[in-house]
Design a protein around this ligand. Sequence first.
Ligand code: DOR
Length: 433
Amino acid sequence: MKLLLRNGRVLCPASRLDRVLDVLIDDGKISALGPRIKAPGVRVFNAARLVVAPGFIDLHVHLREPGQEHKETIETGARAAARGGFTTVCCMANTAPVNDSPDVTRFILGRARSAAVNVLPIASVSRGLRGEELNDLTGLSAAGAVGFSDDGRAVASSRLMRLALEETKRLSAFVVEHCEDDALSAGGVMNEGALSRRLGLKGIPAAAEEIIAARDIILAGLTGGRLHLAHVSARGTVALLREARRRKLRVTAEATPHHLLLTDAACASRDPAFKVNPPLRGRADVRALLGAVREGLIDVFVTDHAPHAEDEKRLGFEQAPFGINGLETAVPLLLDRLVRRKVISLSRLVRMMSTTPARLLGLKGKGVLRPGADADLTLLDLDARTVVDIRSFASKSRNSPFDGWKLRGAPVAALVGGRVAFPFDGLLPGESA
Ligand code: DOR
């Protein structure tokens, strides 16, 4: 099917474009980019005043299938992704069963075939996430795993982490590390500090993150393997990243909107919507993390979309599971709080949400707008005013700390392989038919 997007602001860091252009889509690919493209008989959409960006990619989501379909399924998670402006998501391995075998990887890819967006599985590093036995990373990679992670916990053994990093060199994959020293964090429910002591809640010290980040950066140096630090939250981790960058190690990092926009002060309400792992940190940490984004030490934004059922989150702050629902709020939050407030440019946001994640995943034809590339597109309206409403989520779960936030700037459409994945009725905004 052919489609012409007319007069959008085409913004693509990879091809150094930021101009008002037409985009012609044919058979799932971009077939032409240019001013006033003539294509008689083609469906035309007026994209004037909209930004047309290469499709956004989220390297870090939890879709809960197989095993916890009451929280989310691949289908509902993918719909939430499309509504949030994403065209590709990578789903973590902490499902039930764990994605530690080619069979589970293939099951996920089978379900992904009918999903609204591209879903790429990240398999676990260790069997059953137990940190004892290394999976067959070659077999998992052949089955379609795009990376490896024991996310939800760190790879427990240094020896296993070393082996996994060595394997990544052969497989052109990466290890995504959830940096948390269990022995220090066990039993903790929020950031360790003055507030956790005042509230009488057990804390998780920043050191729990920093120790594993330091260990793994040392192992990245030892092996030459590719390490990606998940959801960085602590000031000390930023300093470690800076040093890794100085040494030119193959270390990249991600940050979430919630760690950039909220502090542990929010936990004073004991509202489980603010309970997440790693925990919301103190003001100095948030300042350092924002500085790291500006400095380029943080390579990508991710959501760490972690849906949980309402009754589970209602258990109270100490009992409720860790996790924040992120897919439908991330882009509006980052547009409003980072781009509109000039912490970063719009072009930097697009680079961090599309160009760079596509490069980290080695996805040819994604993260770029040029003839021949996949027609995965995210359309943004920088002036759209929205109010976060958890009841309107396409996700099965509602656990967001951002309910009621008024934001300016939002995704208005997502095209996946030339198909309109969002809006769900298939009409693009500004349709001129
Ligand atoms: O808050 C979190 N929730 N952090 C994690 O690392 C795992 C995730 C989950 O799976 O719920």
